[in-house]
Design a protein around this ligand. Structure first.
Ligand code: SAJ
Length: 402
């Protein structure tokens, strides 16, 4: 593959599409990024970014300034199309593949014989065949021999996206062997990890499985935290001790599981095989119930005060990101506000502002609060010492003080 002559069209310039597009641009591909949001397109064309991710600003600026990355609201002709749009769920936790459908329809008029079309969005089993390949087929493309359709799930960790995009192994599953081969060749041009070839259904299931694995293991830790609370045992000390066993590796409990991946993807497995996905479903329920449990804890502490002032540290779904999607921390703060549990003071060092809350420096929140609820283990919070919280009621959902 001659990189400098290869055009790549990336549809969806979010957490996966933008890092991928800018990385490919700096590698020398000619990249046309597509996003339906005009503001996002303008921001990127100015060499700026609309999400927080370490070093992404530098990469985007460099790709845009070199003329190798341009953004637009419409797709354009390319050699390789990458679809990286969201797959949320709708009512009854059924996967919503409508963005993938729309993205495929939008590229269909630009696709030519010889092109590769790759779905990177996390997808329910069968989506690459039944949505992407089917729509291209219905649009008159020969997906058996001339247009190569494959799934290559993204597996990068927010906060480490640029490193993991290059270093992680990738799973590539085509709708046929030729498609697998063609897509594999492409990933070899910029991935240092191994490229593991399979079929598209296995690739889809692999991605869902990775996130369900993590969800089930976090649920184990979260369930332990409830048990330990009843039993008067410090769950973090317990886990540290148990993990000294050579074959035990328990994850960390928290206020719940957030983000757009782990809290969502296991439901795609459950939706596809509801009767046999009992453990995966229960794990989701255990993790989803944790924010309510934390809220109840705060409420029962607040009842001891006449005018409780509750300091909430963190809104993001996990440490050192500014992403609020499915955030258990935000859910808890919203619940405390809705139930008027007390006066709320909120700190979120990774956000400049928030529509519903005045954000304060965390030191001020601690100083003014009766009850301090640690919801996210952001770097600055990890510097808080037990003596800084002297005479406060502390609810440490992340165990940063343990
Ligand atoms: N969490 C805990 N305890 C833990 C670990 C995580 O409560 O021990 C919580 C976090 O605070 C957060 C949630 O789980 O609320 C998810 O965080 P995460 O860091 O585990 O994962 P994500 O959602 O940022 O990224 C995951 C990754 N998947 C796996 O590690 C299997 C990433 O590699 C995927 O690419 C990403 O989902 C995705 O896009 O699917």
């Amino acid at each position: 593959m001659e990189i400098s002559n290869t055009r790549v069209c990336v549809v969806g310039l979010g957490y996966i599409g933008l890092p991928t597009a800018s990385l490919l641009g700096t590698k020398g591909f000619q990249v046309h990024g597509v996003d339906v949001d005009q503001a996002v397109v303008e921001t990127i064309n100015q060499g700026n970014i609309h999400i927080v991710e370490p070093d992404l600003d530098i990469l985007v600026k460099s790709a845009v300034q070199s003329g190798r990355l341009t953004a637009a609201q419409e797709p354009a002709a390319a050699d390789i199309f990458i679809i990286a749009v969201p797959t949320p769920f709708k009512e009854q936790r059924q996967p919503d593949v409508s963005y993938i459908e729309a993205a495929t329809r939008s590229i269909a008029p630009f696709v030519q014989p010889g092109n590769i079309v790759i779905l990177e969005s996390t997808s329910p089993v069968g989506t690459t065949e039944d949505v992407v390949a089917r729509i291209l087929d219905e649009s008159g493309h020969n997906i058996d021999e001339q247009v190569f359709v494959a799934h290559c799930p993204e597996r990068v960790l927010p906060g480490r996206i640029l490193t993991e995009l290059v270093e992680n192994d990738r799973i590539v599953g085509g709708v046929n062997e030729l498609a697998t081969e063609k897509a594999t060749d492409f990933y070899h041009t910029f991935v240092r990890g191994e490229i593991l070839a399979t079929d598209s259904r296995t690739a889809e299931m692999a991605k869902l499985t990775e996130n369900a694995f993590r969800d089930v293991n976090i649920a184990f830790a979260n369930e332990l935290s409830l048990i330990c609370d009843q039993q008067g045992v410090n769950v973090w000390e317990l886990i540290t001790l148990a993990n000294r066993h050579p074959r035990v590796n328990i994850l960390q409990p928290g206020p719940g599981v957030g983000g757009h991946c782990i809290a969502v993807d296991p439901w795609f497995i459950v939706a596809g095989a509801p009767r046999v996905s009992r453990l995966i479903k229960t794990a989701r329920e255990v993790n989803d119930a944790k924010p309510d449990w934390v809220t109840r804890k705060v409420r029962s502490s607040a009842e001891k005060f006449k005018h409780p002032v509750i300091g909430c540290l963190g809104l993001a779904f996990k440490a050192d990101v500014n992403d609020l999607r499915q955030s258990p921390a935000l859910d808890i703060v919203n619940q405390l506000q809705a139930e008027e549990v007390g006066q709320l003071l909120v700190a979120e060092p990774n956000l400049k502002g928030h529509g519903d809350f005045d954000l304060l420096p965390y030191q001020e929140v601690i100083a003014r609060a009766d009850i301090v609820v640690i919801l996210v283990d952001h770097k600055p919070f990890r510097r808080i010492k037990p003596q800084d919280l002297h005479e406060k009621v502390v609810i440490d959902t992340r165990g940063i003080l343990s």
